[in-house]
Design a protein around this ligand. Structure first.
Ligand code: ATP
Ligand code: MG
Length: 392
């Protein structure tokens, strides 16, 4: 069967010392998994690069789009393999360029050569010169421009063979999923939490999600929006389990028994307690939120201290020091933004106080909470969970 070749480069994985074989093995598994929808894919590491071969009838853009979503991948290039003979390389480079010319209006090019195999008798600048000459002859319409070419052809001469490629499509970098424990994201339908989940997963952390709703104050459609967001995330991190919990009974207790301006903060403390319990039950080591310093009343420094106080598990807030515009840009880049801006209500907005406290004091908050049977409310909420499994 004819197959097309893709060269996959890793970023930080290459910098690992003793653990490099482990990271390489996981990354290889992740790339294989991302391509398991196709039959007869081959993938292997050869001297620091991953060579992936996919049946030739599979769309190139689709293969690339799958590969660049694998965390740990720095870039991907569709490539052709040639025997290590300068005339063969030149001939193939000419063909490669003529194929490009059919689709694009290119006037100038250059060849960049790299000789990883120092036993190859021709040095890199000379490889570039000779191959460039052969491409010129094959294409006729092209000129060489070494400074600002429309197109650069790369020729890598390695131990096993030589490779010709043009583009490097950038991946997201990071570390292979599953190399850094598991975290529980508190997932709303907003812009921030999907980005927070993405950023932690990019550093290798497996992700489960917990989502709170206030049905029937919040709609079924609002929950579907969150599921749509998680589905986009699943495109990067594989199937995600989401724990769905109705917070309404707790919110009603708070509204009935506690000061109005503290409502949001008290609700957030319950969210954290419940999330921690669900996280423990599911072997997550950390909680993750999309909080961002100062963005809203519940995210002032004082509020975050009061929120954190109810849990002992570390709380990761990867967006804490980002500006909202940058978070929005990231959301667009990963494909969650358009879903996040759909106007559905969140449980946090259901009983929104007119003037929320922005500088809460812990003793006062604890006093307000003493009107509630916190443990029983948390226990009931945890027991009421429903689990939704969301595949890419
Ligand atoms: P986002 O854009 O992520 O909704 P936000 O700016 O709207 O964030 P808040 O509503 O204060 O801020 O929420 C802060 C964080 O609390 C969210 O990033 C998320 O991690 C968590 N959170 C908020 N609402 C929910 C919810 N309904 N279910 C689970 N977690 C939530
Ligand atoms: Mg929100």
């Amino acid at each position: 069967m004819k197959k097309n070749l893709y060269i996959v480069r890793c970023g930080e994985v290459a910098l690992k010392g003793m653990n490099k074989p482990y990271f390489e093995r996981v990354l290889l598994e992740r790339v294989r998994k991302s391509l398991e929808v196709y039959d007869e894919v081959e993938a292997a590491w050869i001297d620091g690069l991953m060579f992936v071969r996919v049946p030739a009838d599979i769309d190139e853009d689709e293969v690339i789009s799958r590969c660049v979503r694998v965390f740990g991948v720095a870039s991907v290039s569709p490539a052709v393999e040639v025997p290590k003979d300068i005339n063969e390389i030149g001939r193939k480079a000419g063909e490669f360029m003529n194929a490009i010319l059919k689709a694009e209006d290119i006037k100038t090019f250059k060849v960049r050569a790299k000789r990883a195999d120092k036993n190859f008798p021709i040095e890199s600048p000379e490889i570039a010169r000779q191959v460039g000459g052969m491409v010129l002859k094959a294409s006729k319409v092209l000129g060489v421009d070494v400074h600002r070419p429309d197109c650069t052809l790369n020729v890598d001469v390695r131990k096993e063979a030589a490779y010709i490629y043009r583009d490097k499509v950038k991946g997201f970098g990071g570390l292979p999923l599953g190399t850094n424990g598991k975290g529980m994201i508190l997932m709303s339908g907003g812009i921030d939490s999907p980005v927070a989940a993405f950023m932690m997963a990019k550093r290798g952390m497996s992700i489960e999600a917990v989502h709170f709703h206030s049905y029937p104050y919040t709609s079924q459609r609002a929950q579907e929006k969150v599921e749509d967001l998680v589905k986009v995330l699943a495109g990067y991190m594989g199937t995600v389990r989401m724990h769905v919990i109705n917070l309404l009974p707790i919110q009603e207790e708070i509204v009935k028994n506690c000061p109005e301006d503290e409502t949001t903060l008290l609700v957030r403390r319950f969210m954290m307690r419940i999330a921690e319990k669900v996280a423990e039950k599911n072997k997550c080591m950390m909680l993750i939120t999309g909080e961002d310093l100062g963005q809203v009343a519940s995210q002032t420094a004082e509020a975050l201290v009061v929120t954190d106080n109810v849990v002992s598990m570390p709380v990761m807030r990867p967006l804490i020091a980002m500006d909202k515009v940058d978070i929005m840009e990231k959301a667009r880049e990963i494909g969650t933004y358009e879903i996040s801006i759909q106007p559905y209500e969140d449980c946090c907005t259901v009983f929104l106080p007119k003037h929320p406290v922005t500088k809460p004091k812990l003793p006062r908050i604890e006093k307000s909470e003493s009107a509630l049977d916190v443990d029983a409310l948390v226990k009931a909420a945890v027991e009421s969970e429903e689990i939704v499994v969301i595949a890419p």
